[in-house]
Design a protein around this ligand. Structure first.
Ligand code: SF4
Length: 80
């Protein structure tokens, strides 16, 4: 489900701003790698949430964090 959220973000990002364009692709790569995310991933979520041009990129971190909260230990670290 996490990979699906990031795949949706990468596919639907219009590419007009770097935080969303780059962040959504990096999120998808990270989710597909199958390893726990680190500090760079947490920083990426913060940058997306604060610097994306429109609500799509700004609210995507909230969707990922909500998913991570719902799945608790199974998605530890994915909420940033
Ligand atoms: S945040 Fe909005 S403007 Fe920026 S790339 Fe994503 S969809 Fe486009």
């Amino acid at each position: 489900m996490l990979r699906h959220v990031w795949a949706f973000a990468a596919a639907e990002s219009c590419g007009a701003c770097s935080p969303c364009r780059v962040g959504s692709r990096r999120g998808l790569e990270q989710a597909g790698a199958g390893v726990a995310p680190g500090a760079a991933y947490a920083r990426m979520l913060n940058v997306m949430g604060e610097a994306s041009l429109c609500a799509f990129g700004r609210r995507l971190p909230a969707a990922v964090r909500s998913l991570a909260r719902a799945y608790g230990d199974r998605l530890r670290g994915w909420g940033g």
